[in-house]
Design a protein around this ligand. Structure first.
Ligand SMILES: Cc1cc2nc3c(=O)[nH]c(=O)nc-3n(C[C@H](O)[C@H](O)[C@H](O)COP(=O)(O)OP(=O)(O)OC[C@H]3O[C@@H](n4cnc5c(N)ncnc54)[C@H](O)[C@@H]3O)c2cc1C
Length: 487
């Protein structure tokens, strides 16, 4: 049996494990890092995603700290025109592959073991040996871990290609996952007569837009959308170095609406008035908020689909019918059902929060919702630059993974509190000012250096938010109670 030695054993080479490794490599110049992952290549769930997926947020703040992800220019066409690029599936995979093969491994301090499954921790605390298995050979492999195990699998990301749908699929039913759609041209003599999208999240929206842009008529699409969702307006979430005003408006609108709202729904209604939040159908009040980011052009396209089935879930599909608990909906023969029901981030994880730093284990979660790679990089910085778990955990309480309109004010409150903790600490404040994954830090640092006149717009933010904090906390605590009662 092969036994390796390392300081940090990171389980999971997705966005989280890689952002952590990339920052730790710079912050702790003496440590050795080992990454293991079941997948054959770096990038985690992105390996399994549909080929037409893109980031929904601008690429400027996704990936790892040491490498830009996309060119610094605006898109000139399509539904993201006028905004900064959203990395495409192939670009994300190439980016992570380049990171591992051109930076991490050549550093001489990082080992990467793909196709390797973590099995168990040490049986004897005095001999910290962790066990894994080479997936193809079945051979065991062990790692003696001198410092810490880093769990970068906490998010339990789920995508349609790898999850099992929760409904029955009758014989001879045409069934697909979004990743199958680009191959439809190969069956041009047997194309579907109709499409049924099952699921109400961002994957379903991507799928609907793909079909519409491919020329499918909106009338040829039925859409099972159990819950409607609010989405963040991408126009306001552009890179700070170019569009700081948008981010200022986003932040101010969150604080001001949270301060005056009666509850989560009221807050979203006010945010819509400010242009911060968008929804597909203005006659329906959404109850879901999964932090999706979308453009106004995409919302307009999605609004063309009117055959929407709300408030219930499909229990079975047949060649020409969808079966709900209380009704059967007939569809044309030859309908293609597209499963978009995987929950990208299973929000059940909400009940599974734990301290980031716990003895010999680091569990990577959210520090600020929904900044996944930033949270992991920040955790690496804190791991390398602070002495004990208590000090580290005080800087990094896990942020709540809220998923409804009723509970989102809890996230808003927690993010503002976390931002205050981090900016009051000299070291984490300096990290934010240079972390490309932080939405505003480096841009503001640069403006300060250049005495940029745009800084004037920032002057009011701190005092305004501070004046609203008591009301934000009142709404946030009520939302927290709802969040915690949901388990
Ligand atoms: C379609 C889609 C689009 C998204 N777009 C955005 C976006 O624009 N912006 C944004 O911020 N977020 C986005 N997200 C969310 C975000 O990308 C994910 O939350 C993030 O990538 C999660 O990364 P991860 O490393 O935790 O998980 P994963 O990518 O799932 O990586 C975890 C890895 O751990 C490995 N693993 C698990 N168990 C073991 C084991 N026992 N042994 C070895 N390896 C193991 C898995 O093989 C996997 O490779 C998106 C998510 C999806 C699904």
């Amino acid at each position: 049996m092969t036994q390796h030695q390392t300081d940090y054993l990171i389980v999971g080479a997705g966005a989280v494990g890689l952002a952590f490794a990339d920052t730790l490599l710079d912050e702790d110049p003496d440590c050795h890092i080992t990454l293991i992952d079941k997948h054959a290549s770096p990038g985690g769930h992105w390996n399994d995603a549909y080929s037409f997926v893109t980031l929904h947020q601008p690429s400027a703040t996704y990936g790892v700290n040491s490498m830009e992800l996309c060119p610094d220019r605006v898109d000139t066409h399509g539904h993201n025109a006028g905004m900064y690029p959203l990395a495409k599936h192939a670009e994300i995979l190439a980016y992570y592959s380049k990171l591992v093969s051109e930076r991490l491994i050549p550093s001489g301090r990082v080992a990467y073991h793909p196709l390797t499954e973590y099995r168990s921790g040490p049986e004897d605390a005095a001999a910290p040996v962790h066990t894994a298995r080479h997936i193809l050979s079945g051979d065991p492999v062990t790692f003696e871990v001198r410092r810490k195990l880093v769990d970068a699998t906490w998010f339990k990301t789920s995508v349609p290609a790898t999850h099992t749908p929760g409904f029955a699929i009758g014989d001879n039913t045409r069934f697909a996952v979004p990743g199958d759609l680009p191959d439809l041209w190969q069956t041009s003599d047997d194309l579907p007569s109709h499409y049924a999208i099952i699921g109400g999240g961002k994957t379903a929206m991507d799928t609907a837009i793909w079909l519409l842009e491919a020329g499918v008529s909106p009338d040829a699409i039925d859409w099972v959308r159990p819950r409607d969702s609010w989405m963040m307006n991408r126009k306001l979430l552009q890179p700070a170095r170019h569009r700081l005003e948008g981010l200022i408006e986003f932040q101010l609108s969150l604080a001001e609406c949270a301060a005056t709202a009666q509850d989560g729904d009221d807050m979203f209604a006010q945010l819509e008035q400010r242009g911060t939040m968008l929804r597909i159908d203005r006659d329906v009040t959404p109850s879901m908020f999964h932090f999706a980011v979308i453009s106004e052009a995409e919302v307009a396209m999605l609004g063309q689909i009117t055959r929407v089935h709300r408030g219930r879930r499909v229990s079975a599909i047949e060649p020409a019918a969808m079966i709900f608990d209380d009704e059967q909906v007939q569809l044309p023969q030859g309908t293609l059902f597209i499963d978009c029901t995987a929950s990208a981030v299973p929000f059940e994880q909400r009940g599974n929060a734990r301290p980031f730093f716990d003895g010999s284990v680091v569990t990577l979660q959210l520090a600020q919702t929904p900044f996944v790679p930033y949270s992991a990089a920040l955790a690496a910085f804190i791991e390398a630059n602070f002495d004990n778990d208590q000090e580290k955990n005080n800087l990094l309480p896990p942020a709540p993974l809220t998923d409804t309109t009723a509970t989102y004010p809890y996230s808003v409150m927690a993010n503002l509190m976390s931002a205050a903790i981090l900016s009051n600490n000299k070291k984490t404040n300096a990290f934010n000012a240079r972390s490309r994954l932080h939405p505003t830090g480096p841009a503001i640092a640069q403006m300060i250096k250049e005495n940029d006149p745009r800084l004037a717009a920032l002057a009011d933010i701190g005092p305004t938010i501070q004046s609203h904090m008591p009301a934000i906390i009142k709404l946030g605590m009520a939302a927290k109670a709802i969040h915690e009662s949901a388990g």
